[in-house]
Design a protein around this ligand. Structure first.
Ligand SMILES: Nc1ncnc2c1ncn2[C@@H]1O[C@H](COP(=O)(O)OP(=O)(O)OP(=O)(O)O)[C@@H](O)[C@H]1O
Ligand SMILES: [Mg+2]
Length: 288
């Protein structure tokens, strides 16, 4: 028994070389608030500034990242999880130099898989994912048993809300849930579909206040994105809004969010070595 634990520990430390990779999950309480558009355009904006990015569509059964880029994907994450394809083969070339893995309905399989099979999957993930500067996980709305393991393994969580009180309440409930399971995880707040910039500021302030008051938690406000018809047009044309109209209010707001995120990274940098995403994911899977 002791030997087994020892060998698992050795395997876990093998991935520490991948600690430069930053894993970010984009979540919301309420659906349809703009997570997928944000994940995609934020990824493009990071890539534009020279980072290597892998965007993972984790919206089980309703993945649409490829559609938003005008691509069709012959392989999805399901091909990998079912053993039909290697991880390398399901990583596809997206726009602007980003790589992506298309969504499909298969995450629940990972939870039910044999431990030895999961171990093999993790070895492959470790090698491949560690090669990127950023892993961006576009999550489905809400949290379930499968997505929780991923959410507890990422380095940072972006929470997207709109200014609607229902959306703010759902964002708060999501943060509260994740905070109670992992009080360490950093939260970043983004408000989408705002009518005025004050609308955005008010929403960020309200959410920050309730987090402070009820959870004694700080969150970093990254900013807001206006309700902009450009986004609907870009979605219809299947072109990311950043490429469709780089001068639109939405694109400018997105670029500001990226700048603010990078500034926050710079000031938040801790001297503690961070535990890589795959190492944490392994831990949560083997603890079941
Ligand atoms: N800032 C915006 N201004 C105007 N329309 C927007 C904006 N952001 C998103 N939309 C519209 O909202 C729709 C939903 O956006 P998106 O698919 O990114 O949301 P989501 O949070 O990923 O949804 P789901 O919860 O279903 O995964 C888009 O198709 C687009 O038409
Ligand atoms: Mg989505």
């Amino acid at each position: 028994m002791k030997d087994q634990a020892e060998s698992l520990r050795l395997k876990l430390t093998s991935s520490e070389k991948n600690s430069r990779t930053k894993a970010i999950a984009v979540v919301s309480g309420k659906g349809g608030v703009g997570k997928s558009n944000l994940s995609l355009n934020f990824s493009l904006s990071l890539a534009k500034s020279g980072s290597s990015v892998l965007l993972l569509d984790m919206d089980i059964g309703m993945g649409n990242i490829d559609i938003l880029m005008g691509r069709t994907s012959d392989k999805t994450i399901v091909d990998y999880l079912s053993g039909a394809s290697s991880l390398k083969d399901v990583v596809l070339e997206g726009l602007g130099g980003i790589h992506y893995i298309a969504g499909g309905s298969g995450l629940s399989r990972l939870v039910k898989m044999e431990e030895s099979h999961v171990q093999v999957l993790f070895e492959e993930m470790d090698t491949l994912l560690g090669g990127y500067d950023y892993l961006i996980f576009d999550m489905g709305a809400g949290i379930n048993e499968e997505s929780l393991k991923f959410l507890l393994s990422v380095d940072e969580i972006f929470v997207v809300t709109t200014p609607e009180p229902t959306s703010i309440m759902d964002a708060y409930a999501t943060i509260k849930y994740l905070h109670l399971v992992n009080p360490e995880i950093p939260f970043y707040l983004i408000v989408n579909k705002v009518q005025t910039s004050n609308d955005g500021k008010d929403t960020l302030q309200r959410l920050s206040n309730v987090l402070k008051r009820f959870l004694d938690r700080e969150a970093i406000s990254l900013g807001s994105i206006p309700d902009d018809r450009t986004i609907q047009q870009a979605v219809s044309r299947q072109i990311p809004f950043l490429n469709f109209n780089p001068k639109s209010a939405a694109s400018k707001a997105l670029e500001e969010i990226t700048t603010r995120y990078k500034q926050a990274q710079f000031t938040e940098q801790s001297s503690m070595p961070k535990i890589p995403f795959v190492t944490k994911l392994k831990k949560f899977f083997f603890e079941r």
